[in-house]
Design a protein around this ligand. Structure first.
Ligand code: HEC
Length: 156
């Protein structure tokens, strides 16, 4: 009898432990950097570690065409600057990530970085680019990136 009762409780305990773990993950990921919710990488969290890793990767892989935001104009005239004068911040993080991985739609010059850069390296480069934007633009673009994720969830 006692054994039967404890058997009946086991699934409930399991569900409870899952719920607590999910809550823990959600609260841990809420580190104030505004991204990387438990379910995914977008919006991309702009952390100090990522920005530090992203800056030299950007200099080595992107600056020769796009210039350095806040420092130099794009050496390749058809490559948009990534600063606030450009339109990078008009796009959601997930799209920026996919475009760096496999080229933007209708790209003529922009190479694909799949295989050349790891996912983490691309996330760091994008975090670095985002870190160069003024606060209001960062916030606008972060909200847009969240809305984009929300729409994906609703349509799935
Ligand atoms: C060989 C030159 C070249 C290199 C290297 C390059 N890009 Fe581009 N990129 C371009 C050009 C040119 C475009 C505009 C589309 C086209 O014509 O290919 C573009 C477009 C983009 C876009 C879409 C436009 C925008 O601003 O939203 C993003 C994002 C981007 N590049 C990011 C990067 C990142 C990040 C790197 C480094 C990992 C990089 N690019 C490396 C030339 C380059």
């Amino acid at each position: 009898m006692i054994e039967l009762q404890s058997m009946r409780w086991r699934p409930a305990v399991g569900v409870f432990i899952c719920a607590v773990s999910i809550l823990a993950i959600l609260s841990c990921s809420n580190d104030g950097s505004g991204g990387d919710a438990a379910t995914g990488r977008f919006p991309i969290a702009v952390t100090e570690a990522r920005v530090e890793a992203g800056a030299p990767l950007y200099a080595a892989n992107c600056a020769s065409c796009h210039g350095v935001p806040g420092v130099s104009r794009p050496p390749v005239p058809t490559a948009p600057p990534h600063d606030e004068a450009g339109h990078t911040w008009h796009h959601a993080d997930r799209l920026l990530f996919e475009w760096v991985l496999d080229r933007p739609p209708l790209a003529t010059t922009m190479p694909a970085f799949r295989g050349a850069l790891s996912d983490d390296e691309i996330l760091s480069i994008l975090a670095y680019i985002k870190s160069t934007w003024p606060g209001d633009i960062q916030q606008f673009q972060r909200e847009g990136s969240s809305q984009y994720e929300q729409q994906l969830r609703e349509n799935s």
